[in-house]
Design a protein around this ligand. Structure first.
Ligand SMILES: Cc1ncc(COP(=O)(O)O)c(C=O)c1O
Length: 414
């Protein structure tokens, strides 16, 4: 259980909102691929007195006194990150995924340098060079696409673009691409043009850690990840790197971009890394993959159109244009039915990002609460029903009841 009782007397409004959010998480199915449920141990670590402490700097080189125990926590987190991912260096201080990526830019490139990343519309992330983001405002960003017909990356196109633009940083990472990334091929391209390869494994960190996805750590100059997605930790991030880049990246994180690290979060990261090294976590990641395949198959069986025809990670991206509906319309109808997913662009997108052509599903959270293939088939059925009649309030109300019944069989521990 969360220890929120003391909040009630001080701040009833926030207490009530936390209680309501807890109920929402209990009673609904979370299918946003970047979300998960942390364990009680991770939650407890984040809610500790470590939040009281300032510790600018790094272990044994702090600008404040009293950091003996903070050093212990941070060194354990670093050790576990290096061991789990087989990395030469780890920095566990970035406040989140975007600041981690910002630190890599600051440490390994200069403003104005050319950088290349996957277009947001095609499955990349804002920080990989989207025009509204710092990564395109302060760097000369070139975006490589996925094929608008197949939805797949074409590595020959990426190579040709890299030869033309000669990037300093080549980003390989995904937020909505439902297939494996060929990090070895990315590394060959980076080497061909003298770029540094940066892998952003925010979404797939768990798969990489458990050997269920090709590993970028041996071939990339730096690897960034959030800790709150499949890795099932608190909201934070880790940067792994080759030793030769360690100093530049550490200096970019602090003092370049950040002040004091969030030590309570560092403790939560250490605990989640401990959990992620267990055999149980590998079984969890295997089930995440099996569930995504079952979901994609279920949707295909209902005549729906997953982008690329399926998935080989935890993401299923559905193109809803054949059903003459929009991503926003369906995400809102699903939300009303207790299934949370998000409207998303698809490769070759022709609509606005506020109401795009796709909807993105992911299996990490539902798998954590115990759902397996049968539940995925059931979810695919509900999605198909709602897509056929997104304005039918009776269908939505009935599905909502069925969703609550299913969730009651798999209660969360909060
Ligand atoms: C690939 C990737 N990188 C970075 C981030 C940014 O993480 P944050 O939202 O913690 O800043 C995300 C978030 O969804 C992501 O998908």
């Amino acid at each position: 259980m969360q220890h929120i009782d003391p909040i009630a007397a001080v701040d009833p409004a926030i207490h009530a909102a936390i209680q309501a959010e807890t109920r929402r998480q209990q009673q609904g199915i979370e299918m946003i691929p970047s979300e998960n449920y942390v364990s009680e141990a991770v939650l407890a670590a984040v809610g500790t007195v470590l939040t009281n402490k300032y510790s600018e700097g790094y272990a044994h080189k702090r600008y404040y006194g009293g950091n003996t125990h903070i050093d212990t926590v941070e060194e354990i987190a670093i050790d576990r990150a290096r061991t789990l991912f087989g990395a030469e260096h780890a920095n566990v201080q970035p406040y989140s995924g975007s600041p981690a990526n910002q630190a890599v830019y600051m440490g390994l490139a200069k403003p104005g340098d050319v950088i290349m990343g996957m277009a947001l519309n095609d499955g990349g992330h804002l920080t990989h060079g989207h025009k509204v983001n710092f990564s395109a405002k302060y760097y000369d960003a070139v975006q490589y696409p996925a094929d608008p017909q197949t939805g797949l990356l074409d590595y020959d196109t990426i190579l040709a673009m890299a030869r033309e633009h000669k990037p300093r940083l080549l980003w390989a990472g995904l937020s909505a691409y439902p297939r494996q990334l060929d990090f070895n091929r990315f590394a060959e391209i980076a080497e061909d043009v003298g770029a540094l390869l940066i892998a952003d494994i925010a979404h797939i960190s768990g798969l990489v850690a458990t050997g269920l996805h090709p590993d970028p750590v041996p071939v990339a100059d730096a690897v960034t990840m959030t800790t709150h997605k499949m890795l099932r930790g608190p909201r934070g991030a880790i940067i792994l790197s080759k030793e030769e880049h360690a100093r530049a990246i550490d200096k970019a994180v602090f003092p370049g971009l950040q002040g004091g690290p969030h030590n309570n979060v560092t403790a939560g990261i250490a605990v989640c890394l401990q959990e992620a090294s267990s055999p149980a976590y590998r079984l969890y990641c295997e089930q995440v993959l099996a569930n995504a395949k079952a979901l994609a198959e279920g949707l295909l069986n209902h005549g729906l159109k997953p982008v690329t025809g399926g998935t080989d990670n935890h993401i299923v991206l559905l193109d809803v244009t054949p059903q003459s509906v929009t991503g926003k319309q369906i995400s809102e109808a699903l939300d009303a039915a207790g299934i949370t997913a998000n409207a998303n662009t698809v490769p070759g997108e022709t609509r606005s990002p506020f109401d795009p052509s796709g909807i993105r599903f992911g299996t990490p959270a539902a798998t954590t609460r115990g759902f397996c293939e049968d539940e995925m088939t059931q979810i695919a059925g509900w999605v198909a029903e709602i897509m056929a009649n997104p304005d039918d309030q009776q269908t939505i109300a009935r599905v909502r009841g069925e969703v609550q019944d299913l969730c009651a069989q798999y209660p969360l521990w909060y």
